[in-house]
Design a protein around this ligand. Sequence first.
Ligand code: GLC
Length: 452
Amino acid sequence: MIKKIVLAFFMVAFTLSLASAQQKKLGNETEAQKKQRMKWWTDARFGMFIHWGLYSQAARHEWVKHNEHLTNEQYQKYFDQFNPDHFDPKKWAREAKAAGMKYAVLTTKHHEGFTLFDSKYTDYKATNTHAKRDLVKEYVEAFRAQGLKVGFYYSLLDWHHPDYTMDSAHPLVQEDTSKANYDRLNKGRDMAKYRQYMRNQITELLTNYGKIDVLWLDWSWNKGDKHGKWGDDWGAVELLKLVRKLQPGIIVNNRLGLYDYSDGGDFETPEQVSSKELEKYKGKTWETCQTFSGSWGYYRDENSWKTHRQLLDLLITSVSNGGNLILNVGPTARGEFDYRATNALDSLSYWMHANDKAIYNCTYAPAEFKTPENTKLTYNPQTKRLYIHIYNYPIGGKLILPAYNGKVKYAQFLNDYSELKYNLAANGSDLELILPQNKPHYDISVVELTLQ
Ligand code: GLC
């Protein structure tokens, strides 16, 4: 009995301390202010991730340095060789825009430590390769010129920096995870210096390129993970304060490992999850990041490319659960999108041209609208239009809208604004939407309902 009471006491104390821990805040922005700051982003719904770096030459995963335990010396050939002669970010920006993407996030530095920008704090940068110029600057200008919002990815991990200490992801840590081996490898390394290096580089990124809309910092281990890093390892509190000071309007992802803070990041980042799993995020602020084929960097021999339908499903499912999709392209070492990426983007642009009203400014449908069979719903709260994404076009041409009677004013296909008629079903509550025999020329066709 006493044991139970003591246990209950500790449970309550623990829960309270957890609650107060969760309530810690870095800033004093209200929920409404945050919503306003993030409005363009939640309205946009669809962005382009770009993973590009020296690893595109290995063409076998952006983690190749880790996967193959390569030393700086062994990896040096990719720096010496780097010569992206087809790099044309205007073309990237045009493709992103055509596909309906409203923002982009480029890896200014990935885990390999190489910077695509001209940093004062390292020689390991694009300016010192055959490229001989600041590639980030050209990216920023090109995307901005297309009216797209501009984001920077910056890796917290750094597999090149001499002061970055060992952790379970570092390429130099092999099978031997003993303390003795860690101590040996960490000799002479000073994480405090690396923290300063990051601060310096992030300051450069956020002062030298005008207004930056998104900062995507990657990544932290779970709190308590053996040989991991999070929060304090990055000096995250100070870093985030600095970021907000330099760019007050910026939107920052949640991977700094500030687990005790309610405002330690603006949005959640479910990575490569299935569309089924996305349902769990309804009601939160989030962006799912997804690849075309599995890896983020260019991977020549990967054969797991997602189909057009899978990509569409990710986009629709994201919006129908109130989130964003950022879809990744890994340009080749010559600096261009591979034909498979271009084909995928083209097919999205075809669909988006006709159906983007069911994506932008949309979210999940109000609870009173049941999802008709084999469809997904998105909803624009401003225009009060409901969008039915038809996954399996019904043979026989009838789609049952369960208990929609009295709620609909007008129905049409979104792709050509052609009217669709509907009848009241025998049960007096469902509507029967009459669809033509010929399915519109889209993998997933969309019906737009103007609501009462
Ligand atoms: C992961 C990987 C990385 C990729 C990122 C994108 O954390 O480390 O290679 O950049 O996810 O979300």
